[in-house]
Write a protein that binds this ligand. Structure first.
Ligand SMILES: Cc1cc2nc3c(=O)[nH]c(=O)nc-3n(C[C@H](O)[C@H](O)[C@H](O)COP(=O)(O)O)c2cc1C
Length: 179
């Protein structure tokens, strides 16, 4: 059965390495008729969670009004979430992390999301992804997401460096595997 897949792209760069990787995944995922929505959260206005606990007593509604208002309905509809990020200081970038933190509003009642994937790029080598992968696995456990794939692409620094890399094919195949 087709899935609603929400792809969150953390990089602020349009057509940067992260978005190209995300687009490869989307190319595969749409082949099976999945309904894919991509959001470039790296350029959206999203504040960090302020731990006010308002959501706990107000039907999971966040107290803050910003671009998360556009994201929450898509999260509510999603069966799968894809976190696509450049490595910034050994982690997902702050723009994407702000979205993840803001998912605190709703996690107690639970989201429909059951599956997830991680796509990440970095200028350094494989060791750059280790802290992010650990973090991602803990997020999955906490939010009860079954991770269906992790694709990392090291040694890509400037816009377009990722073109021609084999990992793009792997991302497309991962997308195609979602049914
Ligand atoms: C603030 C900042 C921090 C970064 N930190 C790291 C890092 O810790 N390790 C690394 O390998 N690359 C790091 N990078 C490089 C990016 O991950 C890399 O250039 C990536 O390809 C950018 O992806 P994009 O084109 O999608 O924006 C950093 C870049 C920025 C701007």
């Amino acid at each position: 059965m087709p899935k609603n897949i929400l792809v969150l792209v953390g990089s602020p760069k349009q057509n940067g390495n992260t978005e190209i990787l995300a687009d490869a995944f989307i190319k595969g995922a749409t082949k099976n008729g999945n309904n894919v929505k991509k959001l470039r959260v790296g350029k959206m206005k999203i504040s960090g969670c302020i731990d006010c606990k308002y959501c706990f007593t107000h039907d999971d509604t966040c107290s803050q009004r910003d671009d998360m208002d556009k994201i929450y309905p898509l999260v509510d509809d999603a069966d799968m979430i894809v976190l696509a990020t450049p490595i910034y200081f050994f982690s997902m970038n702050a723009q994407l992390k702000a979205v993840v933190d803001r998912l605190n509003a709703g996690y107690k009642s639970g989201y429909k999301i059951s599956k997830s994937a991680l796509l990440a790029v970095a200028s350094g080598g494989d060791s750059m992804f280790e802290p992010l992968i650990k973090m991602y696995e803990l997020i999955c456990k906490y939010l009860k997401w079954e991770s269906v794939g992790i694709i990392t692409v090291g040694k890509v620094e400037n816009k377009g460096d990722i073109e021609g890399r084999n990992e793009l094919l792997l991302a497309e195949q991962l997308g195609e595997s979602i049914k």
